[in-house]
Design a protein around this ligand. Sequence first.
Ligand SMILES: Cc1cc2nc3c(=O)[nH]c(=O)nc-3n(C[C@H](O)[C@H](O)[C@H](O)COP(=O)(O)OP(=O)(O)OC[C@H]3O[C@@H](n4cnc5c(N)ncnc54)[C@H](O)[C@@H]3O)c2cc1C
Length: 433
Amino acid sequence: MLNFVWFRNDLRLRYSRVLEAVYKQSLKVIPIYILDTKIFHSEETSPFRRTFLIESLVSLKKALQRYNSTLVVLEGSPKHVFRQILTRYKIDNLYYSKDYTKFAKKRDVEVRKLIEENNGKVYAIKNLIVFDEEDNLLNSNNAPFKVFTPFKKAWLQKLESNFQILDFHYHIKEIFVDSSIIDDIFKGFDNLVEIDRLVINQKNDEFHGGEDEASKVWNDFKINQIERYHNNRNFLDFDGTSRLSPHLKFGTISPYEIVKFCFMNRRNKGIDTFLSEIIWREFYKYINIYFPHVETENFNSQFNNFPWEFDRDKFLAWCNGQTGYPIVDACMRCLNQTGWLHNRGRMIVGSFLCKDMHIHWKEGERHFKEKLIDWDKTSNNGGWQWVAGTGTDASPYFRIFNPVLQSQKFDPEGKFIRQFIPELSTRTQGIYT
Ligand SMILES: Cc1cc2nc3c(=O)[nH]c(=O)nc-3n(C[C@H](O)[C@H](O)[C@H](O)COP(=O)(O)OP(=O)(O)OC[C@H]3O[C@@H](n4cnc5c(N)ncnc54)[C@H](O)[C@@H]3O)c2cc1C
């Protein structure tokens, strides 16, 4: 009789609804991660993201070892891996965090079917966001929200009256099967992966994966930045934002932990503004749940016949940071060289691609997927549809970010531009054009 916790985008031991559910059932579980090599090695997976994932897995394994357990990492597609386990053992219970994209839902339906056909039970637990479709967060017509501001208001009200949902009660040390037993169970599996041996070929030294690292970043931000977040968050030449997005993507930090702190310390402009951004993340997942067509189509069908133009040379110039517009080029080079781009930068280059070059937002969406360390299907899609003007409460089609004005305002001394455009590094004037 085996029970599993299948870790995916929830690579942490603290503030986890999944681990709490296991604890409440008094079960002992085997922690497993499945390395889907097709995705891992795909050209669409940014090498920076790959590195961050490896570091997060290594860190999770070390954390489990502190509780005398370990992390089993098996290579293959999830369906294949569970079928392989089932040829030797019965799986009684499988726990994982519920995910909301079409890809994840299809994968999870297949795995659930397989486990249930073999008389096991599957528990998909809400763990990636605070409210999902289980919570009926709907407008007065009982319909899903389509606009951020009323969504945020309802979200905050719901949280106010359900604050206890941010509490957790479990003891990590009572949850996991001992590593010696796990080693015996998986002896002879030829697709076991030694994660510490996976090759790292591109790394951004400003970002490190893992739960301990996430706590460090979060604590630093809370102490040094959060109260000034509303003033500093838009500057490209200053680290005024949390840089927690890769941690939220891989779940090395829990949104519950962040929301709890912010909610308990409200009435501070910086903290309220920061919480709002966290709610944007929730909002795009919510939109994906109720309007899954956004993954491949415009949220707003009014734009379905928009005459996008695809000019390959222009697109490549944009991708490579060679448009001739310093701020656009600096942002794209920053993205390509580091896997990271400030939100303001994402908006500037997004607007430039869609509204100046008239290239379809899907092209930008794909390029970001290939490059970003924090790529997240729903936030990326939401961001792109927002800049293109095809999404939820989108910026109207006539609102275009002027690259020169944007750089004068948000990179006032041209520091960011000089950092990424060496050709301009010695120029003292005329940096913006
Ligand atoms: C075109 C475009 C593409 C984007 N693609 C992604 C993506 O793939 N992954 C991703 O995590 N974010 C994406 N964003 C949102 C945003 O740019 C990043 O979340 C933010 O820059 C991350 O930096 P930070 O952690 O310092 O953010 P902070 O300002 O510190 O915000 C805290 C957290 O709130 C969330 N958040 C902040 N802004 C947004 C937003 N506009 N939409 C959704 N969530 C938000 C993130 O989880 C972020 O980590 C995109 C935005 C645009 C305009």
